[in-house]
Design a protein around this ligand. Structure first.
Ligand code: 0A1
Ligand code: ZN
Length: 895
């Protein structure tokens, strides 16, 4: 924490360092209060740097004990954490020896070396290594590490670091040591160590190329029975990367370690991935289907980083999406391949788009809007965003759409051929994909395409079509535009791949597509490549009036205005060959009903038969998968509705109308919900696969609707059944589904069920997080007791602000995921938010900054919320001793 304005780092200022560090020998004498770090660096002057140029090392919160160059003492000064050696030896290469201390048990930020549950763990991305020792802590400085750990043997029997174990021995005074060597040069952000009392699940595997590897999942004693799923996910990830991308595991040993205090999901340290327990531990009794799926995708994500991130890393942090966007794309593809059927793939795609719209679209429309490759930041930790990750993955997906599956593989091969072992840029990646696909739309319009890296904001795509029955021609005009975003008043046209088809309005058949001038039709689906602000496409020989099905599979991260009316949307919902667009049509029908009712304060009018019939038809259609039906029947979220509204948002009004819509669906389809609930009980033993999960999801949604309807009409049968199911459930998905149905409907049985749930799972941290989160997100209007409940929960013996999972479950649950309870007209929600951000900032700035973002969209609110929200943000911004993290968020929010 530093006084005064934070420094802004700019992408255009990138310069290679004056020195490289080629090898690092680290020795740790681990002690929670004071750990001694001895570091021996081989430093090499950059060929372009002047002999004797100052050597400037990063450091943060360290105590320096000594500094020697080539064995001799050397003069140095410390300047705002930096260690400056003004006159280093003027040879091309020399050795620097540093000795310093740090205080792991005081490290509540969880960046650098810290303690958790009685063990030592590290988190170095992005700039945590400088909190361990002085270093050129930037990703383009890649070195080979040899690490010696010394610690008390009884307390810390397991000593781990990156790479291979060289030796292990007992030392005097009950201590022991281990020495590790990682042969791959890596940036400091990929360094890791663990010293703790852990047990591990092991598996030996033989790769396709015949090489043997040892896979390990390390957890605390007592958690071993919850590691099978993570291990299976790891084995599957290794096999998938080899099969799909030809990328083998390059290490003899690959370790995963779970830790209970962790700021993010997990971290891809070379050969030693460190995970939040949430993304490792699962058993059917304690984890839901969503948890199982989350573990599979995060394990895969971290594993895939071994190539996309570790073998080829980022030149600077502005290139973060180089590794994150690409790795998210890869983990999404992996999850789809694991799920199997086309329908299961579509369901995952729908989930990804829901998430993009709920998190990334608001980010792109708010004060933190930034390009996938940002131009500046003051705190890099604030840029681990949905834009860099999820929109970045969409950018990679568009490339894959443009060059095809084989073309994308060729592009990846070229990328590794050119850049393995290097620290590179997003430009290098795009260039490799384009160069491997000469003649593709990507290669011919690479400049246009790269606007996706440079421009912030969600582009808008407008589409208007007209059919000339006599000429059998269909003309489609596409226009792209972009709203101004911070620092970018004008937007240039980019390249938008529009995957599309034409659906006959009369019977829903797929019409052959032939563009004017083409010799023959090219099937019933194709990609239109839009590169101008406006382009017209003329289809000929169109035998029937068509409904355009555009942006299939969400082929570009844009908002689409196609002007389709209900009749056209009903055709798509029933017939579109693209499952994503079927779902989208259903969402838009629901959205349309909410938006139409928004002005004024009347109740939602009774739902029309056409809409109800269409939803009923989907629910009852035995050719559709339950997971897909579950998606179609879920309404757009309040956050998404607010985003579509865009300004003068009244969160209470949106909540009330959406609740009325849910209420009407619950009642009008009651018999169908009963059928859906009964017909989707899983009879065989629990397996966390897509097929079973889909059945459980639909049954849980049906139960939720039935309990909602029953509570509204004073009936007690379904709440009673839900309570019974809650008590007797054989797995957490069913148990939690029933519990949330009772809480959601505000049934009188909710309280006893919550109490019972807590008693049943006392001491199981991840389950207790669910208990906090469910109450924080409980369906309550602002006039209800939501805030009171959250305040009371903060006093609960199980609550702690120091544990990120717990703090997030309660505080982000309430401030970010419960708009109706949070946005109170008396501003009490905002006062609570400001107090918590400040309180948390003194403990863990990264976490505080994430909570701070709950107010990003305050400008879009209507009065009285807007003024009250502004005041709360201004109060945080004016507080003394703010971290750079929170300061950046709140000052941008006020700009
Ligand atoms: N690279 C990790 C995410 C991560 C980022 C920053 C962290 O600490 C500030 C921790 C983890 C990933 O993408 O999984
Ligand atoms: Zn990642």
């Amino acid at each position: 924490m530093r006084e005064g304005p934070a420094t802004v780092i700019r992408r255009e200022d990138y310069a290679a360092p004056a020195y490289w560090i080629r090898s690092v020998e680290l020795t740790f004498d681990l002690d929670p209060a004071k750990t001694i770090v001895a570091s021996r660096l081989t430093v090499e002057r950059h060929a372009d740097a002047a002999p004797g140029a100052p050597l400037v090392l990063h450091g943060d919160g360290l105590v320096l004990l000594r500094c020697l160059a080539d064995g001799e003492s050397v003069s140095f000064r410390q300047d705002d954490g930096l260690l400056v050696i003004d006159n280093p030896p003027d040879q091309p290469s020399f050795t620097l020896e540093i000795r310093n201390t740090c205080a792991p048990e005081k490290n509540t930020q969880l960046s650098g070396l810290y303690t958790s549950g009685g063990g030592f763990f590290t988190q170095c991305e992005a700039e945590g290594f400088r909190r361990i020792t002085y270093f050129l802590d930037r990703p383009d400085v890649m070195a080979v590490y040899t690490v010696t750990l010394r610690a008390d043997k009884a307390k810390y029997p397991v000593l781990l670091s990156n790479g291979n174990l060289l030796e292990q021995a007992d030392l005097p005074n009950g201590r022991h040591m281990a020495k590790w060597h990682d042969p791959f040069p890596k940036p400091s952000y990929l360094f890791a160590l663990v010293a703790a009392d852990l047990v591990c699940r092991e598996q030996r595997i033989t790769a396709r190329n015949g090489k043997e590897h040892l896979l390990q999942v390390h957890v605390r004693r007592g958690d071993l029975d919850k590691t099978e799923h993570a291990m299976n996910a790891l084995i599957a990830s290794v096999a998938w990367d080899e099969a799909r991308f030809g990328l083998p595991l390059d290490l003899e040993r690959f370790m995963v370690v779970a830790v209970g205090d962790f700021n993010m999901g997990a971290m891809e340290n070379k050969g030693l991935n460190i995970f939040n327990t949430k993304y490792v531990l699962a058993s059917p009794a304690t984890a839901t289907d969503d948890d199982f799926a989350g573990i599979e995708s995060v394990v895969a994500h971290e594993y895939f980083h071994n190539w996309t991130g570790n073998r080829i890393t980022c030149r600077d942090w502005f290139q973060l999406s180089l590794k994150e966007g690409l790795t998210v794309y890869r983990d999404q593809e992996f999850s789809m391949d694991m799920a199997g059927s086309a329908s299961a793939r579509a369901v995952l795609r729908i989930d990804a788009v829901r998430n993009l719209r709920a998190v990334q679209f608001p980010e792109d429309a708010g004060p933190m809007a930034h390009p996938v490759r940002p131009d500046s930041y003051s705190e890099i930790n604030n840029f681990y965003t949905a834009t860099v990750y999820e929109k970045g993955a969409e950018v990679v997906r568009m490339m894959a759409t443009l060059v095809g599956r084989a073309g994308f593989r060729a592009g990846m091969d070229l990328y590794f051929q050119r850049h393995d072992g290097q620290a590179v840029t997003c430009d290098d990646f795009a260039q490799a994909i384009a160069d491997a696909n000469p003649g593709s739309a990507l290669a011919s319009h690479l400049g246009h395409f790269k606007q996706w890296y440079a421009q912030a904001g969600t582009p808008r795509l407008q589409a208007r079509g007209s059919y000339n029955e006599a000429a059998r021609r269909y003309t489609l005009t596409l226009r792209q535009s972009g709203a101004p975003s911070p620092g970018q008043p004008e937007k240039q046209p980019g390249l938008v791949p529009v995957l599309m088809g034409l659906v006959a309005a009369d019977d829903g058949r797929a019409l052959p597509l032939k563009l004017e001038g083409e010799a023959q039709a090219t099937g019933t689906e194709r990609v239109l490549v839009l590169t101008e602000a406006e382009q017209t496409f003329t289809f000929v020989n169109v035998e029937a009036p068509p409904v355009p099905s555009l942006l299939r599979g969400f082929s570009a991260p844009v908002t689409l205005d196609d002007g389709l009316d209900d009749a056209a949307l009903l055709v798509l919902l029933q017939h579109d060959a693209d499952a994503f667009n079927r779902w989208e049509a259903g969402q838009r029908l629901s959205l349309g009903r909410l938006l139409a009712a928004l002005p004024g304060d009347a109740d939602l009018p009774p739902l029309d038969d056409a809409y109800l019939q269409a939803l009923r038809r989907v629910l009852r259609d035995d050719t559709l998968d339950p997971a897909f039906k579950d998606q179609v029947l879920q309404l757009p979220s309040e956050v998404y509705v607010a985003e579509v509204v865009g300004s003068e948002v009244n969160p209470q009004r949106i909540h009330r109308l959406r609740e009325q819509l849910r209420g009407q669906l619950a009642s009008a389809l009651r018999d169908d919900w009963v059928w859906a609930f009964e017909a989707h009980q899983v009879r065989e033993g629990y397996r966390p696969n897509a097929a079973q999960a889909g059945q459980r999801a639909l049954a849980n949604q049906a139960l939720r609707m039935l309990v909602l309807d029953a509570v509204a009409s004073g009936d007690t049968v379904w709440p009673g059944r839900a309570y019974q199911r809650f008590k007797d459930a054989g797995n957490m998905t069913d148990r939690f589904g029933a519990l949330s149905a009772l809480v959601d409907a505000q049934s009188p049985l909710a309280e006893p069920a919550l109490a019972r749930f807590h008693a049943l799972f006392a001491g199981d941290d991840l389950v207790i997080d669910k208990w906090f989160n469910l109450q924080a997100t409980a369906n309550e209007p602002a006039s209800g007791g939501g805030l009171q409940r959250v305040k009371a929960l903060m006093q609960h013996a199980d609550f702690s602000l120091k544990n990120p999972n717990r703090a997030r479950a309660l505080l982000s649950g309430f401030c970010r995921d419960n708009p109706a309870a949070f946005h109170r007209t008396d501003a009490a929600g905002y006062v609570f938010w400001a107090d918590r951000v400040l309180e948390l900032d003194a403990i863990n700035p990264q976490l505080a900054a994430r909570l701070a973002r709950a107010m990003d969209r305050w400008r879009a609110l209507a009065e009285p919320w807007r003024s009250a929200a502004r005041e709360a943000v201004a109060r945080v911004a004016a507080a003394p001793r703010l971290s750079d993290d929170v300061r950046e968020i709140v000052t941008k929010a006020l700009d």
